[in-house]
Design a protein around this ligand. Structure first.
Ligand code: SAM
Ligand code: DTB
Ligand code: SF4
Length: 324
């Protein structure tokens, strides 16, 4: 079987294969029944209320060749983001140290690249090594990888590679035309084969249907080894991007997506990701009830503000959540 197809194939050794219909039936449950079921699954596999915290840092910003319609960093759209070249190592390490002091346990470095060049990887390898010496887990999101690059990152000590499938394959061409969903799977396959843990999830609220949302989660669930980390992002509508005026999703549909992710991916850490700044604390609490057990922590995402970390600390206190 060709390597690039492996991540798409069903794992016949599993007792249960998820189908889109079964996942859709979960979405259609009364909300309280769905949350109850998801919270039960969470409690079977994780300590309830223990929330993992990752900090995000943009190491190279803007000017990306790709045309992802949601993104502030695509060179195809006039967004408020200013281009910035690759950050020097000392700035990256200073940001990582600050994140550790604040309480993050993983430092995720993001670059607005279609794919990194081999020369870029020299600098990135130094960043991974430096961040590891601070005692943090490392995560990179650099775009598509070519053969040999994942191995270099593994040798540097990289723990996680983030590469989101973002939306169901059939909807992907409505969102991106400069690369394909199959390209994304190909990179995930290389990351898996190199022995790096996978962080891969999606964006909700880009005009996709419930069936698309169910389909994306089914694809992750049926992978031979599902991603260890699954970020569920709510679209952050970026002025100047094609999705700037996208109609808002019912917030309960976002909660349902988290709950279905938890049920289909019982052993994965499900992250309540982008979009928290616009969510009420009550809505975030529902997401934790629905099985989210990770978040991005720190005042910024990549190019947009995150929920304020002092308010997050208070929220942890008020809800009785703890650091994982
Ligand atoms: N260029 C690399 C790539 O595309 O994989 C890494 C950076 S890219 C910004 C990482 C991820 O951020 C995207 O796959 C998407 O899931 C998320 N993202 C970007 N812009 C977003 C937005 N406006 N709202 C929600 N999520 C977003
Ligand atoms: C992920 O799933 N979400 C993060 C991280 N992985 C790289 C990125 C969110 C970006 C939100 C918009 C911005 O700040 O540019
Ligand atoms: Fe580039 Fe990544 Fe943004 Fe797409 S999501 S435009 S690949 S930075």
């Amino acid at each position: 079987m060709p390597q690039t197809r492996r991540a798409q194939t069903f794992d016949t050794s599993k007792a249960t294969q998820w189908t889109i219909e079964r996942a859709q039936a979960l979405f259609e449950l009364p909300l309280m029944d769905l949350i109850w079921q998801a919270q039960g699954v969470l409690r079977e596999h994780f300590e309830p209320g223990a929330i993992q915290r990752s900090a995000l840092f943009s190491i190279k910003t803007g000017g990306c060749s790709e045309d992802c319609k949601y993104c502030s960093q695509s060179a195809h759209y006039a967004t408020p983001v200013e281009r910035e070249p690759l950050k020097p190592l000392n700035e990256v390490l200073a940001a990582a140290l600050e994140a550790r002091v604040r309480g993050a346990t993983r430092f995720c470095m993001g670059a607005a690249w279609r794919n990194p060049k081999d020369q870029d990887l020299d600098a990135v390898v130094a960043m991974v090594k430096g961040v590891k010496t601070l005692g943090l887990e490392t995560c990179l999101t650099l775009g598509m990888l070519k053969p040999g690059q994942a191995e270099r990152l593994k040798d540097a000590g990289l723990d996680f590679y983030n590469h989101n499938l973002d939306t169901e394959a059939s909807y992907y061409p409505n969102i991106v035309s400069t690369h394909t969903h199959a390209d994304r799977l190909n990179t995930l396959d290389q990351v898996r084969q190199a022995g790096i843990k996978i962080c891969s999830g999606g964006i909700v609220g880009m005009g996709e249907t419930r069936r698309h949302r169910a389909g994306l989660l089914v694809q992750f669930a049926n992978m031979p080894k599902p991603p260890e980390s699954v970020p569920i992002n709510h679209l952050v509508a970026i002025p100047g991007s094609p999705l700037a005026d996208q109609a808002k999703l019912d917030p309960f549909e976002f909660v349902r997506t988290i709950a279905v992710a938890r049920i289909l991916l019982p052993r994965s850490v499900v992250r309540l990701s982008a979009g928290r700044q616009e969510m009420s604390e009550e809505l975030q609490a529902l997401c934790f009830m629905a099985g989210a057990n990770s978040l991005f922590y720190g005042d910024n995402l990549l190019t947009t503000p995150n929920a304020d970390s002092c308010r997050d600390d208070q929220l942890f206190e008020r809800l009785g959540l703890s650091a994982a």
